[in-house]
Design a protein around this ligand. Structure first.
Ligand code: GDP
Length: 444
């Protein structure tokens, strides 16, 4: 599905990854080409625009990592942005509710709804050991209920016995009852589709929803229909409310636009993808893996990740060296705060320091919880370089300026300066001992 987009992107990035220097114009040119490639892949215009804007902002603000070439950095930024656009984390079908958990499948006719219902039922049965009951609520297409029954037999999942003449809501009610009585974990409700969205269909979906209170409402959409699939998802969501999307025919040679813009446009996660007609051709949707597939530059991405880790380690080492000499200025304090944010906040890092329990209590007493770490960083960032290196310079008027610049009060600035003095004293004391705090920060 993503082949031609993938080819285009590798072409664009091959031109820049090897180069030692990149001008802003080079980056802009590459981004223009990325933009064109995404539009040609049928990604929604707003999504493309916001994508390239975010990449540009990140590229401008990116920290330069010495061991990495600028073009490689750009690839990594594009990769991360792709992952974000696709939804960041995989979101599995949620079954955390009282049994029997109703899952309602909705979508247009021919989208692959019935097939997907059976595929998902098979997967829940085999992989999650769930007892699943399937019911077709499609009373419009005479063969629909029979189709689900046959698929049920094929995958070894029970289907609700067919009773002629019942309404969709009646069938749904009967399915829920049968599931309760039969001790089923999950009830999959395969609803009727239409060739296009119309009012009676939406009303029918709303009635079924009201009668069964589904825990998941999964919209099944055909990836090959591109932006139409996205529009269908939007309509269903606004009328019925969907909790997730299943994109089918991702094995086909579509341009990928639906898959790429679905999440950003609808705000709903793609939970599963259909990748073939066989009953096991259903996969979890992993944004990271899809981004890797589209970009095809996994090596560069992991190279940059490694380099970034190394930089962190180097920073820690430099800091350890300073600490050993008993130096600890406000830049060091800010760096400490940033590291704390990374490793789970104040309680995390202080918990790791020996002999600092008392200080921890003091800091907590001073109201320094993780939420406030950000504010401390803001205060330090509002100081000039000289002030950060020589906190003693901070007189009343400077404090006022810094408070205004960081959106805090002079009192907050004072508190921070006091904390810095205490920390600096502590660092000095430990720094002189061999293997003290310096060791903790990676020096030793
Ligand atoms: P419904 O009308 O929405 O219930 O659609 P069906 O479940 O009957 O599917 C219509 C056709 O699409 C069937 O021939 C399926 O085998 C096929 N189909 C469904 N999902 C996929 C998929 O992920 N890949 C491919 N290649 N075909 C699929």
């Amino acid at each position: 599905m993503f082949e031609s987009l993938s080819d285009r992107l590798s072409g664009i990035f091959d031109k820049i990854t090897g180069r030692g220097a990149l001008s802003e114009a080079d980056v802009n040119e590459a981004l223009r080409e990325v933009r064109r490639a995404l539009l040609e892949a049928d990604v929604a215009l707003d999504v493309v625009k916001s994508f390239t804007d975010k990449v540009r902002t990140r590229a401008v603000g990116a920290e330069v990592i010495r061991s990495v070439k600028p073009g490689q950095m750009v690839v990594k930024i594009v990769h991360d942005q792709l992952v974000e656009m696709l939804g960041a984390e995989a979101e599995p079908v949620d079954l955390a509710a009282a049994a029997p958990v109703p899952i309602m499948m909705v979508g247009l006719q021919g989208s692959g709804k019935t097939t997907t219902t059976a595929k998902l039922a098979k997967r829940l049965t085999e992989r999650q050991r769930k007892k699943v009951l399937m019911a077709s609520l499609d009373t419009r297409r005479p063969a629909a209920q029979e189709q689900l029954r046959v698929l049920g037999e094929q995958v070894g999942v029970a289907t609700l016995p067919i009773v002629a003449g019942q309404s969709p809501v009646d069938i749904a009610g009967r399915a829920m009852n049968a599931a309760r009585l039969g001790g089923y974990d999950v009830v999959m409700l395969d609803t009727a589709g239409r060739t296009h969205i119309d009012e009676p269909l939406m009303i029918e979906m709303q009635e079924i929803k009201a009668a069964t209170r589904p825990h998941e409402i999964l919209l099944v959409a055909d990836a090959l229909t591109g932006q139409d699939a996205v529009n269908v998802a939007r309509s269903f969501d606004s009328r019925v409310g969907v909790s997730g999307i299943v994109l089918t025919r991702v094995d086909g040679d579509g341009r990928g636009g639906a898959a790429l813009s679905m999440r950003a446009v609808t705000g709903k996660p793609i939970k599963l993808i259909g990748v073939g007609e066989r009953m096991d051709a259903l996969e979890d949707f992993h944004p990271g893996r899809i981004a890797d597939r589209i970009l095809g530059m996994g090596d560069i991405v992991s190279l940059v990740e490694k380099a970034a880790e190394t930089i962190d380690a180097e920073k820690a080492k430099q800091q350890a060296a300073k600490l050993k000499k008993g130096e600890f200025d406000l830049d060091d304090l800010a760096e400490q705060f940033r590291q704390m944010q990374k490793i789970g906040g104040m309680s995390g890092i202080l918990g790791m320091m020996p002999g600092i329990g008392k200080m921890k209590k003091q800091l907590e007493g001073a109201g320094l919880d993780d939420r406030l770490i950000k504010r401390q960083i803001a205060i330090i960032s509002s100081m000039t370089r000289t002030e950060r290196q020589k906190p003693a310079l901070m007189n009343a008027s400077r404090k006022k300026r810094v408070a205004a610049g960081s959106g805090t009060d002079v009192q907050d600035v004072n508190k921070l300066l006091k904390m810095h003095r205490q920390m600096a004293d502590l660092m000095k004391k430990f720094g002189k001992q061999k293997g003290g705090l310096g060791a903790l920060f990676g020096g030793g």
